[in-house]
Design a binder for this molecule. Structure first.
Ligand code: F6P
Length: 337
């Protein structure tokens, strides 16, 4: 099935460019971890916060080292005594002009804290603030996941907590090709799901663990910001503390099922919705093969599967059905607020 609005050659070329950043990222991380440090802090906002989320969730499976994920706007006003000049700070903004990120990085700098990270190119305001900025022209989520994982898992490797780093990173050379297969497999379903649900007045999404960030991102940044489709994202655990009361045949529930230790929580939601609404959509990362990638790395790659099929493919089919351009905003970045 041909994929609407998908340029395969360009996608694979962009993937090669992103993978090629591996050496540069490893060099920065190796230099930083050769010196004394006592914590790691990632700064994000909205979509970037959601993209860092699984990277930190994964890291916590391998280490109990202090690793923080801060919302850049909250970071400005909250207590920061857990951070210091011994913290390794990273951030990312594809546009390089997201206000909250710029403010947070300026605040770090005013404390003498260096911030490392990513932006699209050397012309952005963020590029001027970062130490050793790394340029990643393609800000799509799977690209972000890959480079953020290069940062985080390399730190863990250097701490002796992720000795399989090289095997994992070598296998990531093919991840973009694999994610084309994942897209192709999902495409007929994406077309069908969007046709059925794009005009629903309210849609719930549940997810958990390593997939929570992408669940939240897809509803907030794609369906709400880019499609004006009303949604609720709730963790599989919290679904049973409120949202379940709204479920009946009028309310579609998308259940995103992952492969980490949270899976039983997702399966509990699956059992419930299958009984209480005809409008359930079950999306299980286990249904997608990752050719050439070891099973022990599936959880790490699982947000890439979800972003490929929802944020990339389902979004395109929603756009087709709603007739609302994914590019159009009425408020976001249209004026100061
Ligand atoms: O990477 P940038 O340019 O800072 O943009 C991040 C933003 O992009 C979006 O994901 C989509 O416009 C926002 O919701 C998000 O906060």
């Amino acid at each position: 099935m041909a994929m609407r609005n998908f340029k395969m050659e360009k996608y694979l070329q962009d993937g090669e460019k992103t993978y090629a950043l591996r050496g540069e990222i490893e060099k920065v991380v190796d230099e930083l971890t050769a010196k004394e440090y006592d914590s790691v802090c990632m700064l994000g906002i909205g979509g970037t916060w959601a993209e860092w989320y699984p990277v930190i969730e994964v890291a916590k499976k391998y280490t109990d080292f202090p690793i923080y994920l801060e919302n850049a706007a909250e970071f400005m006003i909250k207590d920061r005594r857990h951070l210091s000049d011994k913290t390794l700070f990273f951030t990312s903004s594809a546009s390089g002009d997201t206000k909250e990120i710029l403010d947070a990085v300026k605040l770090c700098k005013s404390n003498g804290w260096k911030v490392y990270g990513f932006t699209k190119d050397a012309t952005t305001p963020l590029a001027e603030l970062l130490t050793n900025p790394i340029y990643n022209a393609c800000g799509d989520c799977e690209h972000s996941y890959l480079i953020y994982y290069f940062v985080m898992l390399r730190i863990l490797k250097n701490r002796g907590e992720f000795p399989q780093y090289d095997r994992w990173a070598d296998q990531m050379k093919n991840i973009f090709k694999v994610l084309v297969q994942v897209r192709e497999q999902f495409e007929p379903q994406a077309a069908e799901i969007a046709k059925t649900y794009a005009h629903e007045p309210y849609t719930m999404f549940t997810g958990s663990g390593v997939l929570w960030g992408e669940t939240y991102l897809f509803t907030m940044c794609i369906l709400e910001e880019m499609q004006w489709v009303r949604t609720k994202a709730v963790t599989s655990a919290d679904f049973f503390h409120g949202p379940l009361e709204l479920v009946d045949d009028r309310v579609p529930v998308f259940v995103i099922i992952g492969e980490d230790e949270y899976r039983p929580l997702d399966e509990r939601v699956e059992r419930f919705v299958k009984k209480h609404t005809k409008k359930h959509v079950i999306i299980d990362t286990k249904d997608f093969a990752l050719e050439g990638i070891d099973d022990e790395f599936r959880v790490i790659c699982s947000p890439m599967i979800i972003t490929a099929i929802l944020t990339e493919r389902l979004a395109i089919h929603y756009e087709l059905n709603t007739g609302h351009s994914l590019e159009f905003r009425r408020y976001y970045r249209q004026f100061a607020y």
